[in-house]
Ligand binder design. Structure first.
Ligand SMILES: [Zn+2]
Length: 378
């Protein structure tokens, strides 16, 4: 049975394609079979017609960075006091006590707010998260996170077959995950043709730790028996990541807040994609990445909510609106939507079924909030 969806406008996110006015999408068995104007498609269509009204539709959204394992910490962690205070608080909480009801609530929130896929970091419960995501109907990459260990595992990527996603591996950060482990994890992802993710240059303490300078965060970690054999490379995080071979076309570098012009150019040249997490950086440290420089550089960019330990919700359109309100300069609706549709689809390996509205892709779409459209003046 075919269905036709009519909307005032459709941003297909096919590169170069204009927004379609009085748009129609035809779907059959969950797959898009046609897209164009209502006037062109309706006369030959037979099936159910749903008129969505005076809205702009866009592809289903992709949240490139979340930690659903922390869904039970919504609204509990301190805000605006910096990374060290935030982590200290986090480590004192029952971070490994998953709450199935709150996880379910988070998954439903994602779906309700237009998200169809997540790139999720799982520190301890990768299989549980993949199972929950599969059951929820969301598409996913679950990155099993390497953190703390000094010796590489034989394999970092848990087994398991899923219809809606894959498992891969992420390194936590350059200072919390041993260099040998990071390289082995990246090598396994490359060998299996999977994306790799890494938190990179998130806060000042990371820069200080890598430079070998005094850091309250390093003191905290050492006080807990961590990083006792850590040797500072005396380099900026981005430069060190590049030299370790961690940055390439299949790497998703997350945060990239503390970066110089040279760092931005290094990332751009590497082909890596950057995931900005604007509200998380604000929540933890009243901080932000040089968004305008990232956009100007041409580096592929995504947006992520990060976890509910550092964000108020998982609403990606709320994230995008918040970002657009504070962005200094002009952004088009297409530029913004690319960060939450086409670009994350590509880096997460889902471009065959998500990221644009075109025949052959999954018939899932989102409704662009009026507030976002008004803000851009499009
Ligand atoms: Zn994160």
């Amino acid at each position: 049975m075919s269905e036709l969806f009519r909307a005032a406008k459709a941003a297909t996110m096919i590169p170069g394609a204009p927004v379609i006015d009085d748009a129609a999408i035809i779907a059959s068995q969950g797959i898009i079979t046609g897209i164009g104007t209502y006037g062109d498609l309706a006369p030959t269509f037979s099936g159910t017609v749903t008129d969505l009204g005076d809205v702009t539709i866009a592809p289903g959204l992709i949240n490139a960075h979340s930690h659903l394992e922390l869904a039970h910490l919504r609204g509990q962690c301190p805000t605006g006091q910096g990374f060290v205070t935030w982590v200290e608080d986090l480590l004192a909480r029952p971070i490994h006590d998953l709450d199935p009801d709150l996880l379910d609530q988070a998954l439903r929130e994602l779906k309700r707010t237009g998200t169809v896929m997540v790139g999720d970091i799982a520190t301890r419960f990768a299989k549980e998260m993949a199972g929950s995501l599969e059951a929820s109907g969301l598409f996913f990459v679950v990155f099993a996170e390497a953190i703390g260990e000094a010796v590489p595992k034989r394999s970092f990527i848990p087994g398991g077959e899923y219809s809606a996603g894959v498992m891969s591996v992420a390194g936590h950060a350059l200072y919390t995950t041993h260099v040998r482990v990071l390289r082995a994890a990246k090598a396994e992802a490359v060998q299996r043709g999977l994306p790799f993710s890494l938190h990179l240059s998130e806060h000042d303490d990371e820069v200080a730790i890598m430079a070998g300078e005094p850091s309250g965060f390093l003191d905290l970690l050492r006080g807990r028996g961590r990083l006792l054999d850590f040797v500072a490379p005396q380099k900026r995080p981005v430069q060190h990541a590049a030299e370790l071979g961690l940055l390439d076309e299949t790497t998703l570098a997350v945060h990239c807040v503390k970066v110089t012009d040279e760092d931005i150019e290094t990332v751009r040249r590497s082909g890596a994609t950057v995931c900005l997490c604007p509200r998380s950086n604000e929540y933890i440290g009243r901080d932000r990445a040089p968004w305008e420089k990232w956009v100007a550089s041409g580096t592929p960019l995504c947006l992520g909510t990060d976890s509910l330990a550092s964000n108020h919700d998982l609403d990606l359109y709320a994230e995008t609106t918040w970002f657009a309100e504070r962005y200094e300069g002009r952004l088009s609706l297409t530029d913004l939507l690319a960060m939450i549709t086409r670009t994350p689809a590509r880096i997460l390996g889902a471009q065959a079924r998500l990221g644009t509205l075109e025949p052959g892709k999954t018939a899932v779409f989102s409704t662009v909030p009026d507030g976002l459209i008004d803000l851009l003046g499009d």
